[in-house]
Design a protein around this ligand. Sequence first.
Ligand code: AMP
Length: 290
Amino acid sequence: MDVIAPVADMRAWSRQQLTAGRRIAFVPTMGALHRGHISLIEKARTLADAVVVSIYVNPTQFDNPEDLAKYPKTLEADLAMCREAGAAAVWTPETAEMYPDGYCTFVEVVGPLSDKLCAVARPGHFRGVCTVVTKLLAVVRPDVAVFGQKDLQQALIVSRMAGDLNLGTEIVVAPTVRDPDGLAMSSRNRRLSPESRAKALGLPRGLELARQAYRAGQVTSMKLIEIVAEELLVHEGVDIDYCDVVSLKGFAEAEHADDACVLAAAVFVDGVRLIDHVPLAGHAIPVKVD
Ligand code: AMP
């Protein structure tokens, strides 16, 4: 497995692959890798001849400097996991090269995808994501890039952006990987103490209870949101950043839920921000909901 830092070296590596007629699949990450990331690499391997993983904590997508400073970094373990998962190359760009002095170009998706949920809760976040993803794709020039459904809004925005800008990379979305207790895997979970983690389980449990209520006939979005809130707000130290029912048809907030809707939430658990969602017509989240 090649480990590459300079942009010019990454570009040369990709050009070599493309010249040899090899398809490249790309998995962008911020490191602190877990099984969710590995599932994306495994998916990527089925789609191309060579998989490139980037590990880069992109400063322009953090609206909160403390969150950026506290983001976990585990590079040696990450490289071992990428090697084990069969990545052909790992790219670890440097901020001095990604955003040199005088940098002033940004990419933004406007409209319904960008006026709710995380876009409102974290101003500038998706502008940072779109900018860095465009830059990463411009260097790697992959045939396909794999993103996690866990970050649903991000996947939809990036997919829209890649199409709108004719970037020539197909965007594939892979399912959310969860721990056996139902919590969606996230690099941020490392920052949860055992007590915080127990509180955080209210998120997948609340979403699953709401999904079950929907399946039993409850279509009033406010009622579904209340079910999630009840599971979470019994704990001290838990704040709901947002909880909304959004239709995947047009990405509009829905007063009444239907099968095209997802219930999405972001919460702070003892200062750690976690996001999750459930498609209301979809599969059960594997949590205990007695
Ligand atoms: P991150 O390192 O958090 O920026 O995530 C990098 C990629 O991994 C994104 O496409 C995420 O959506 C995806 N990802 C993160 N957590 C999971 C998970 N639990 N299951 C599947 N994909 C995930």
